[in-house]
Design a protein around this ligand. Structure first.
Ligand SMILES: [Fe+2]
Length: 590
């Protein structure tokens, strides 16, 4: 059975193809269109998935969309009418949006793809999140918690799932919290208040939190409260997202926390405002964690299960995930590589396959590499056109050379095999560097990633060695597999890992297992033989504001436009000449 899953029209569209219950391909539209967080109907992603599988559109048995448009329409309409006439501008915009695209999804899919309406299905948004979390995890029974901004009505669901190898699958999301009460919206309101882009800047709030003290938790608790049934409710006087798209927090919110940060002002921790913003970030992070831990703890008590699968955009908050692992009673916490809406394409297809069509369970391959593969020879051609020489190097030698380069302080663009699904570079599209030096970290921030200095870089380490350098709680391996947790760097290693240690002494570690990315694993070992520390700084291969590179052309263009010293595509190696490197540095320091 060939099932195509689609997520679209909110942010981060994606497509996924399931053939006889197993994933064959999945990619985010932004990686192909090169528009970051592209929310358009993912035509390019769909075409690539089908091409990759050698299937024509008429070979599809089902096309599954990741939410129910009518339910979403119901929610938007209800909320806007409730706050009319205050919401009249938002009303006009939302009607245009919904009537133009979202509501008529079946018709749009049918006409875009030329498939009959009878083959088009819908899952609920949080069913797709839950399936993406549970059905991709190597566990047969688990509690499930999904949390995001909002889908149709649900913003958080809890329940449990069971699957039997070769047998049936159940996902039971027994309870939900509904819009406008939403952890994602709460965090998003603070993200906007702190001057960052919503749906993108949440990472920055988490990074900023480490610089502050949670001295304003009392104030944050005025905007949200626990309810007697174990859930939570926002005090809507502090928010406006429920009635307008123009602003997510209200004047009362500003009266409580002070003037918001302008997105154009740098954050300076020497100033009172800089410290206030960091303290606010720390406070909302703290409250988010407390609420999630409470909900997860009662879910653990209720289900008695040892595994928890987390889905939804809130599961990208690695600090909160680690606290859930430590404090909720679950022994293992699973977060997929793409817990957000992009992963819902895969989740919707899996949900339809196992639950709607009742197909037997299949073990899901335990890696994130479902996108297009690189064509390494493209690098030779592109470099040649620019008069640059590449080297084709035997794999063993290439690993050793690259380890030498990294140990000498060079920054390496690393492209290998198929593209990752989800926002994180997990070994195939990475910028790598030595982890010991704060100077290299600052150079990366300044010359390559062009981003705020308070944002930390992450380390990658062989899974077997992770405990030597990082304080890992019991059951951490699943969180560290896809960089979904944040853990303390051991005191004695902090100096040697200064480039990847955040200001609060933590790191968002990827503990790499050999079978997942064997070439990067070999590189870590080779680097460890030289330095005694088999750890590298690993950041996604992209410049600020651009999606992660997909093919070699994009990798090469990024290399030419940035301060990356060496570019590796498969077994091809391109080094920037020393002269050119010096020239770039002089230009940048001028
Ligand atoms: Fe979502």
């Amino acid at each position: 059975m060939n099932i195509l899953g689609i997520s679209a029209h909110y942010h981060d569209s994606a497509a996924a193809l399931l053939v006889d219950g197993l994933p064959l391909a999945s990619v985010q539209e932004e990686r192909l269109s090169r528009r970051k967080n592209d929310a358009a109907f993912p035509m390019a992603a769909i075409e690539w998935c089908l091409d990759h599988a050698g299937l024509e559109l008429d070979a599809l048995d089902a096309v599954v969309f990741y939410e129910r448009p009518m339910l979403k329409f119901d929610r938007v309409l209800s909320c806007l009418l409730r706050s009319f006439p205050h919401s009249r501008h938002a009303f006009a915009r939302a009607m245009k949006n919904l009537l133009g695209e979202k509501l008529w999804m079946r018709g749009i899919i049918a006409s875009e793809l030329g498939v009959p309406g009878s083959k088009i299905f819908f899952t609920e948004h949080h069913q797709a999140h839950a399936a993406a979390a549970f059905l991709t995890a190597p566990t047969e029974r688990a509690a499930i918690l999904t949390a995001d901004g909002v889908g149709e009505w649900a913003t958080l669901t809890i329940g449990h799932g069971a699957r039997e190898k070769g047998g049936g699958t159940t996902i039971n999301l027994g309870r939900e919290i509904r819009f406008p009460h939403s952890l994602g919206m709460l965090y998003a309101a603070f993200t906007a208040y702190l001057g960052f882009a919503v749906n993108e800047g949440e990472y920055k709030v988490m990074g900023l939190a480490a610089y502050g003290q949670p001295s304003m938790v009392d104030k944050v608790w005025r905007t949200v409260r626990r309810t007697p049934d174990g859930a939570f409710a926002l005090d809507l006087d502090y928010f406006e997202f429920q009635s307008t798209a123009a602003r997510s927090y209200s004047q009362r919110f500003v009266d409580l926390f002070g003037p918001p940060r302008s997105p154009y002002d740098p954050i300076d921790f020497e100033t009172e405002d800089g410290r206030r913003f960091a303290d606010i970030a720390a406070s909302v992070q703290h409250v988010l964690e407390d609420l999630l831990v409470d909900i997860a703890r009662s879910l653990h008590e209720e289900t008695g299960l040892s595994d928890l699968c987390l889905g939804g955009g809130v599961a990208l908050n690695g600090v909160a995930n680690t606290r859930i692992l430590q404090a909720s009673g679950f022994e293992r916490v699973f977060v997929p590589p793409a817990p957000g809406d992009a992963g819902c394409a895969l989740g919707a297809a899996l949900y339809a396959d196992r639950i709607c069509f009742g197909n037997s369970d299949r073990a899901f391959p335990d890696h994130p590499f479902w996108g297009p593969s690189i064509a390494p020879d493209d690098l030779v051609r592109l470099a040649d056109e620019d008069g640059l020489a590449t080297d084709y190097v035997d794999d063993g030698e290439l690993i050793e050379m690259t380890a030498d380069d990294l140990a000498a302080g060079q920054i390496v663009g690393w492209m290998d095999g198929a593209l990752e699904l989800g926002p994180r570079a997990l070994g195939h599209r990475s910028i790598l560097a030595a982890p010991h030096s704060a100077a290299i970290r600052d150079r990366l921030n300044r010359d390559i990633k062009y981003r705020e200095e308070f944002r930390p870089f992450a380390p990658v380490v062989p899974a077997e060695e992770a405990g030597r350098f990082f304080e890992l709680p019991r059951g951490e391996d699943r969180l560290a597999r896809f960089m979904s947790g944040v853990f303390p760097v051991r005191e004695e290693w902090r100096e040697q890992l200064a480039g990847v240690t955040h200001v609060d002494g933590t790191a968002r570690v990827q503990a790499l297992s050999k079978e997942m990315a064997p070439r990067l694993y070999a590189l870590l070992e080779a680097y460890g033989r030289r330095t005694g520390v088999p750890v590298l700084l690993n950041t996604s291969f992209n410049l600020a504001g651009e999606p992660i590179v997909n093919n070699v052309v994009e990798g090469y263009s990024t290399f030419r436009r940035s301060g990356i010293d060496i570019l590796i595509a498969g077994q091809n190696r391109l080094a920037r000449s020393r002269k050119r490197r010096e020239h770039i540095r002089q230009e940048q320091s001028a």
